[in-house]
Design a binder for this molecule. Structure first.
Ligand SMILES: [Zn+2]
Length: 288
């Protein structure tokens, strides 16, 4: 364990002859290179060799990471709860996660016989966005999964993730609502467009951009409330309510129109996400 990481971990008494390997119990969330997660109880310990050479290390229950790691991969370490809970995630060489991690300014000395040792400083704001960008890039390289398999509950990470999500969606669609094709800007250029989750966050919908539409405010609200949806042919369909009351006239004009796809076509809303929205939001069938 490289020295700059020590303060992130519980303080440990110095070894004695009676106890040559003092340790503190910690919880570790392990994330391997395919994003699979395991939560384990492990130990942060100070190991000694004949009371001369010492080394801080995390030992035990790390198989989930070690079996996937090869030489020169990176281990990203993040403190989730001081002295208690840490996230240890593997960045395999050649992945966008590895490349992003390699750009970090804070590098630490690594023992020549160790394959890993890297610090991800949580307090460097840009790295949160870098990590969120890398996470979203990684999602786009995999088959689409509408439900997030590894949801992030850490507030700082969620904010960064949503910032990157929004930027990628609004950039992909340009200043256009995917339903009505229009939208408003204020005089000083502030756009009303919102990056809507198709499978909503309350269903643990993914932040993969293929789970999103750029929508104007009125249509975002109508979409979230299930007044409007998109059918299998990517045509807009309306809830019966919209045809019964005159107040819904801003929706009527959408019926039967084609959904507008983004200029960046690989970010278009995925049919599985639209189907989930149709079934559980538009038709109101229970989820989960
Ligand atoms: Zn609209």
């Amino acid at each position: 364990m490289p020295k700059p990481l020590w303060p992130l971990f519980p303080a440990i008494e110095y070894p004695t002859v009676a106890n040559t390997t003092p340790a503190a119990k910690i919880t570790a969330t392990l994330v391997n290179e395919v994003g699979s997660v395991a939560v384990v109880e492990t130990e942060f310990q100070l190991h000694t060799w004949s009371m001369t050479r010492t080394e801080y290390r995390i030992v035990g229950a790390l198989k989930h990471l070690l079996e996937n790691a090869t030489k020169d991969d990176l281990l990203l370490v993040e403190c989730l709860e001081p002295n208690k809970h840490y996230e240890l995630s593997l960045a395999k060489q050649g992945t966008s996660r590895f490349i992003e991690a390699s750009k970090l300014k804070v590098k630490v000395g690594v023992h020549p016989l160790r394959d890993w040792g890297y610090l991800r400083p949580i307090d460097q704001l840009n790295t949160l966005d870098d990590v969120a960008t890398a996470e979203i890039d990684a999602m786009l390289q995999k088959p689409f999964a509408p439900i997030e398999s590894n949801p992030t509950y850490l507030i700082s990470k969620r904010i960064a993730r949503l910032r990157v999500f929004r930027t990628s969606i609004l950039g992909a669609y340009g200043p256009t609502c995917a339903l009505c094709g229009t939208g408003l800007h204020s005089a000083n250029g502030i756009s009303e467009f919102e990056a809507a989750h198709v499978v909503p966050k309350k269903h643990v919908g993914t932040d993969d951009p293929r789970n999103s539409l750029s929508l104007c405010r009125a249509h975002h609200w109508a979409f979230d409330k299930g007044l409007v949806a998109v059918d299998n042919s990517r045509r807009i369909i309306l809830h019966d309510l919209a045809f019964k009351e005159p107040g819904y006239s801003p929706l009527i004009k959408l019926a039967g129109r084609d959904l507008l796809d983004p200029k960046v076509t690989h970010l278009r809303a995925h049919p599985d996400a639209l189907a989930h929205h149709r079934k559980h939001i538009f038709e109101g069938q229970p989820f989960g």
